[in-house]
Ligand binder design. Structure first.
Ligand code: ATP
Ligand code: MG
Length: 630
């Protein structure tokens, strides 16, 4: 344990020297003149250095045994498969880049990618980067409004889409959604449609073009454009869990250097890895974990298109067995779903290829951690609980088995990565003592750090740099224990203040799910003139349980036992679904606005509107009951 901590301390003492050594591991066209230009709060890393992301992810592998190894396996829910060697990927990327050039796309232009989880998405990202254009991937589950908002915000003129997405055996008419979106985002001049089916689609003359026609005219080689390190690689919107999504801009050099280093430390990734991240490429986890980091490392990436439990809940385990996945990275939400199906199903599969398991997106509570460790990892694989954000570009707090495995504590993301100066601070930005809750903040810039919010430097300063002087504000609430381990406790805007105490939603939710019949829980606070706030619990029951007052009493007991009488819930509501973002995060703000009777706010990233209707109905019924109504 000591080795890693020493490494960490030395790294943060001189971040410039430390990150320079890491950046040298990439193949730059021209070295940088200056490691860091820090004009708070704007950082430029490796100033003057020239590189190209597409060159690093494909061309670099052509001169070793990587050339003919599999770069990308793709499989869909029906069992259709594709595989691309690094050479084949290189070919496809070049042709795609040539097609973009033929459409008039130039360095600095924004290209919107509205594609399902198909290999062309990876290819399109790398092709865009190859010619120095900037990609904005819009998750293909988003509505026409969400797509239009992102097109208008980035003022992109070229859009790449597919005719259909396929999910749970159903065709999702993506091209129709595009047509709707472009009514309110007419700035798009060209739409390239990747046809996956024989179904007829609407084509607008002069605007819409078919990919397979264009690619016939494309050259098979396009020179990768040398780009200055700070040239934007992409714009990506946050998940919208806490409010309107923010358009985060990432650099080329700093971002790639950061993720190259950290994926080695956290996942021990190498060219022998078969890496599977179950996120959608439409989120930062997908950008970094399905495209850039594994390809930089010459690993084999697996890309799966489909729902996790369709046509049956064994799909994921079948795939791990079939491809010999060595690194598996998913979210607590997904694991909770599989827990509901039970471990017996998992036992039928040979998961012995797995070496490291990852978790991201939300706090993983110890019960879920234990199930993942035992039933998926066979008590053999360390779990890396990785804390990071769209804004951070890469993982910030996590165990680092690629360097040294510190003792794991289920529910804690453990320690900041080397070079990351994270701290838990009070309202004045001063470090709190061990065991005291506070805001998670980052003290020094790091190469993966966002360059800003697209065309909105003021909002960037306001959101991240106005709360504390000289500290990056993460918006998350955490506690540091006696070993310096970080425990994430939920969003700061979701922290409840009860009788002078501050309780994180994650803490209370963790206690609620300790009740053996609760599958999932979300907690919010409502104002109370005396106590400060009341605790309102929403809980999903495990299969076989029906809502009952008895169960409410048990939940109350459990919370009192785990946290104390102070955390006694005021109300408990049983629901079938919780409002979640498309990336699987609970939208507590939506629950709160329903209870408070306030306007719902930005719902563009909401997964399922039925969840909102259900909560409304449950709460209406509750209010009627309380007022003595029917
Ligand atoms: P928005 O910023 O629009 O509200 P979001 O914060 O959910 O959306 P992301 O950038 O996708 O958008 O998610 C980052 C957040 O996810 C973190 O700030 C944190 O709250 C949560 N998170 C990510 N990983 C972990 C983890 N390992 N443990 C606890 N929380 C995590
Ligand atoms: Mg956020």
């Amino acid at each position: 344990m000591k080795g890693n901590i020493d490494f960490q301390r030395n790294a943060t003492a001189n971040i410039e020297r430390f990150w320079e050594k890491e950046a040298e591991k990439l193949d730059w066209f021209k070295p940088w003149d200056k490691v860091l230009e820090w004009k708070e709060p704007f950082a430029k890393w490796f100033v003057g250095g020239m590189l190209n992301a597409s060159y690093l992810c494909v061309d670099c592998h052509l001169y070793s045994w990587h050339k003919n190894k599999v770069a990308l396996y793709w499989e869909d829910e029906a069992g259709n498969t594709k595989a691309f060697s690094y050479f084949q990927l290189y070919r496809e990327v070049n042709k795609f880049a040539s097609m973009l050039k033929n459409l008039g796309v130039k360095k600095g232009d924004r290209v919107v990618l509205y594609l399902p989880m198909i290999p062309e998405l990876t290819i399109a990202m790398l092709a865009t980067a190859r010619i120095g254009a900037i990609h904005t991937v819009v998750f293909s589950g988003f509505s026409s409004q969400a797509l239009a908002d992102r097109i208008n915000d980035t003022s992109a003129e070229v859009l790449i889409a597919a005719d259909f997405g396929i999910r749970r055996g159903k065709y999702i008419p993506l091209k129709d959604i595009v047509d709707e979106a472009l009514k309110i985002a007419p700035i798009i001049e060209k739409v390239v449609v990747i046809k996956r089916t024989e179904e007829a689609i609407n084509m607008v003359a002069g605007r819409d073009l078919i990919y397979s026609d264009l690619i016939k005219e494309a050259d098979d080689y396009v020179e990768p454009v040398p780009l200055e390190s700070s040239h934007p690689l992409y714009i990506l919107y946050t998940s919208g869990t806490t409010g309107k999504p923010k358009g985060v801009v990432h650099s080329t050099g700093g971002y790639l250097a950061y993720i190259y280093a950290t994926y080695k430390w956290v996942f021990d990734i190498s060219d022998e890895s078969v890496y599977w991240c179950t996120a959608d490429v439409g989120w930062v986890t997908g950008h970094t974990s399905i495209v850039y980091a594994p390809l930089l490392h010459g690993a084999t990436v697996l890309m799966y298109e489909g729902a996790p439990d369709y046509p049956n809940p064994d799909r994921w385990w079948e795939i791990i067995e079939k491809y010999g996945v060595t690194i598996f990275y998913t979210s607590p939400t997904a694991i909770k779903m599989f827990m509901r199906y039970g471990e017996e199903r998992v036992k039928r599969f040979n998961l012995s290829s797995l070496k490291i398991l990852g978790s991201v997106g939300e706090v993983i509570n110890p019960e879920v951690w234990a199930w993942y460790y035992t039933h998926i990892g066979g008590e053999r694989c360390p779990i890396v609980d990785t804390w990071w954000q769209t804004e951070t570009g890469g993982i910030m707090i996590s165990p680092v088995p690629g360097i040294e495995l510190v003792p794991l504590k289920p529910g804690s993301a453990t320690l900041p990565l080397p070079g990351i100066d994270a701290e838990v601070v009070d309202e004045d930005g001063k470090p709190v003592e061990t065991g005291i809750k506070g805001h998670l903040a980052i003290r020094k810039p790091w190469p993966g750090m966002l360059m800003g919010l697209y065309k909105d430097p003021e909002r960037y300063k306001e959101v991240y740099w106005s709360k504390f002087k000289g500290l990056f504000y993460t918006g998350d609430y955490a506690i540091k224990d006696e070993d310096g381990y970080f425990w994430l406790l939920g969003r700061t805007d979701e922290v409840l203040k009860i009788a002078g105490h501050r309780l994180g939603t994650a803490e209370i939710e963790g206690a609620v799910v300790e009740a053996p019949f609760v599958a999932e829980a979300a907690v919010i606070g409502t104002p109370d003139p005396i106590k400060g706030e009341n605790i309102i619990v929403f809980a999903i029951l495990k299969e076989g349980y029906e809502p009952a007052d008895e169960l409410k009493k048990e939940i109350i007991q459990e919370v009192r036992k785990q946290i104390g009488p102070i955390a006694t819930p005021q109300e408990i509501h049983f629901v079938e679904k919780l409002p979640k973002t498309r990336s699987g995060k609970i939208m507590r703000r939506v629950l709160k606005t329903i209870i408070m009777g306030n306007p719902l706010g930005d719902l563009s990233t909401l997964e399922d509107e039925a969840s909102v209707d259900e909560v409304k109905a449950v709460y209406e019924e509750f209010k009627q009951m309380m007022s003595g109504g029917a």
